[in-house]
Design a protein around this ligand. Structure first.
Ligand SMILES: [Zn+2]
Length: 148
C-alpha cells in the first residue's frame, strides 16, 4: 500500500507522534491480525495480510464477573469480520494507538490487551475517533485511569 493509501485508510483516527510502518503479513494458512507498538523504536507497525481476503477473528474485549461468590470471570468476545485492508488497518491502529496513549500520554502500564481490543472493536468502523473516546473507554476500567 502507498503512504497516501495508508493515510486515507487511517483518516479520522487520533494522532500519534510515533512513526507508522505498514508491512505485508505473509501468512501460512489464513489471514490474521498482527501489529506492534514499539516504545523504544517509537514505531507502530501494522501488518496487512497479503494476499488479502476477507477473514474473521475472535477478539477478546473484556471480562465480566460471574454472578455468585468468588472472583470468576467470563471472557467477552466477538467474532469480528475484516472485509478490507482498511478494516484491518483501522482496527490494528486503534489497538496500537491505545497502547501508545496509555504509555506516552497517561504514563500507565501498557499490557492492556483486552482494553486495546475493546477500544479498537468499538471504534474502528467509526469515521472519527478522538482521545476523548479513549478517556471514556478507560473511565470504565479504573485500573487504567490516569492517577488523579
Ligand atoms: Zn496489544
Amino acid at each position: 500500500m502507498t503512504t497516501a493509501a495508508v493515510r486515507r485508510a487511517l483518516a479520522g483516527l487520533p494522532r500519534t507522534d510515533y512513526e507508522i510502518v505498514v508491512k505485508p503479513l505473509r501468512y501460512r494458512s489464513a489471514p490474521h491480525l498482527a501489529a506492534l507498538c514499539d516504545f523504544d523504536g517509537r514505531t507502530i507497525l501494522l501488518q496487512v495480510p497479503k494476499p488479502f481476503r476477507p477473514f474473521r477473528e475472535v477478539v477478546f474485549h473484556g471480562a465480566r464477573r460471574k454472578r455468585g461468590r468468588g472472583m470468576t470471570f467470563t471472557w467477552l468476545s466477538e467474532n469480528v469480520a475484516f472485509r478490507s485492508r482498511r478494516d484491518v488497518l483501522r482496527f490494528l491502529y486503534c489497538h496500537e494507538w491505545l497502547h501508545w496513549y496509555l504509555h506516552e500520554e497517561l504514563k500507565r502500564g501498557s499490557s492492556a490487551e483486552t482494553a486495546c481490543d475493546g477500544f479498537a472493536l468499538r471504534n474502528f468502523r467509526r469515521q472519527r475517533v478522538t482521545a476523548a473516546d479513549a478517556d471514556a473507554a478507560l473511565a470504565r476500567r479504573p485500573h487504567l485511569r490516569r492517577a488523579a
